[in-house]
Design a protein around this ligand. Structure first.
Ligand SMILES: [Zn+2]
Ligand SMILES: [Zn+2]
Length: 367
């Protein structure tokens, strides 16, 4: 089948990857669209400890085409994929917090093989392939009417950005919000903050191309910054008493420290961007004294089975602006060009169209 394999030295578009049949509790999903996330590029760059060869990709949607014993999801159901292979039964899962589940079991056998050799499945999904096998808990049913390229984003960028704002930081009406870094997740956070009724949404980024889209999604202020000191200066200039919620969406400790430095009393700083595993952070313990909090956040800290259908419903009702997040769509064979676009700052979100045909890379104006 059509797939892209990262060998550790090259990204190979190939037809010789095979996918195994679904086992008990598992489904085969035909992937129709998959977003390109910074985490995929981090794996290419060696910032994530990822064995190779591997099928990357984890932000995706598709249709269930086969199922193993004991599965309730119907064949033909449109689904959004999730990296959370949660158990569904432990205390965390029962409490609606599958991001804290420690009991999810990895797939028993390799899902992918190439010329008889196993190929890894990135974060239990492996979406840059026409088909994948995942656990039933990793698919969330969504209405067919949500377009594929938007639907894919519900699996990571939109889920994470909205979850960080609505759930993890619980942004309320009237809050002042700072978003550091306007990538796909940061821009989703901007829109979530605006919809939550934030009185101010300041976006800082070093890429001037981000300004128009940030405003379209609800940012009240946009400032170009280069250093962490610039972030502090921009934030203090607008809100001398600080921000109620700040979101570091880049994954740099100096920017996270800036996001802590500009918190209001009672403010929450959320770590959304992922640095390399051993990255240290230094800040003054007393900096959190005034009831401030520093919060980790995994996949938006939400239950995708609750949250994704809610997002889909509000998108279909015309409340969520998600289409403008997608800057380019490309077939799998042109994924290298999407990656180049992401690295050079030309992409908000790039989406791979796996439905085949003669489509070629199309870019659209972000604004
Ligand atoms: Zn992602
Ligand atoms: Zn569990």
């Amino acid at each position: 089948m059509d797939a892209v394999v990262w060998t550790g030295t090259s990204l190979e578009h190939t037809q010789d990857v095979r996918v195994r049949s679904p086992g008990p509790g598992e489904v085969t999903v035909r992937i129709d669209a998959a977003g390109l996330c910074h985490s995929d590029v981090n794996a290419l760059d060696g910032l994530i400890d990822q064995p190779v060869p591997v099928v990357l990709g984890h932000e995706a949607c598709g249709v269930v085409i086969d199922r193993g014993p004991g599965v309730k999801v119907h064949i033909g159901q449109k689904v959004v994929l999730s990296t959370l292979r949660s158990c569904g039964a432990c205390r965390a899962c029962q409490a609606g917090a599958p991001t804290c589940c420690r009991d999810g079991q990895p797939a028993a056998d390799p899902v992918f093989t190439r010329r008889g050799e196993p190929v890894e499945q990135f974060v239990r999904v492996g979406a840059f392939a026409r088909q994948t096998v995942v656990h039933e808990r990793q698919v969330v049913a969504v209405p067919t009417s949500v377009p594929d390229i938007v639907c894919a984003l519900l699996g990571c960028a939109v889920l994470t950005g909205f979850g960080a704002v609505w759930s993890r930081a619980a942004v309320r009406e009237g809050d002042a919000v700072l978003v550091v870094g306007a990538g796909g997740i940061g821009l989703a956070a901007v829109h979530a903050a605006a919809l939550a009724g934030a009185s101010r949404v300041l976006v800082v980024d070093r890429n001037p191309r981000k300004q128009a889209l940030a405003h379209k999604l609800g940012a009240t202020d946009f400032q170009l910054v280069d250093t962490a000191a610039d972030v502090v200066e921009a934030a203090r200039g607008l809100e001398p008493r600080g921000f109620d919620a700040t979101f570091e969406c880049v994954g740099r400790p100096d920017l996270l420290k800036a996001a802590i430095d500009v918190l209001a009393w009672g403010g929450r700083a959320v770590i959304v961007g992922l640095p390399a595993a051993s990255t240290p952070l230094t800040f003054g313990m007393r900096d959190l004294f005034h009831d401030k909090a520093l919060l980790g956040c995994r996949m938006g800290s939400v239950d995708p089975h609750e949250f994704v259908p809610k997002l889909a419903e509000r998108y279909l009702a015309g409340e969520l602006l998600l289409d403008p997040l997608v800057t380019a769509v490309a077939p799998l064979r042109q994924i290298g060009e999407l990656i180049d676009d992401l690295r050079s700052g030309r992409l908000d979100r790039g989406v791979v169209d796996l439905t085949g045909g003669t489509r070629t890379l199309s870019r659209r104006d972000a604004a």
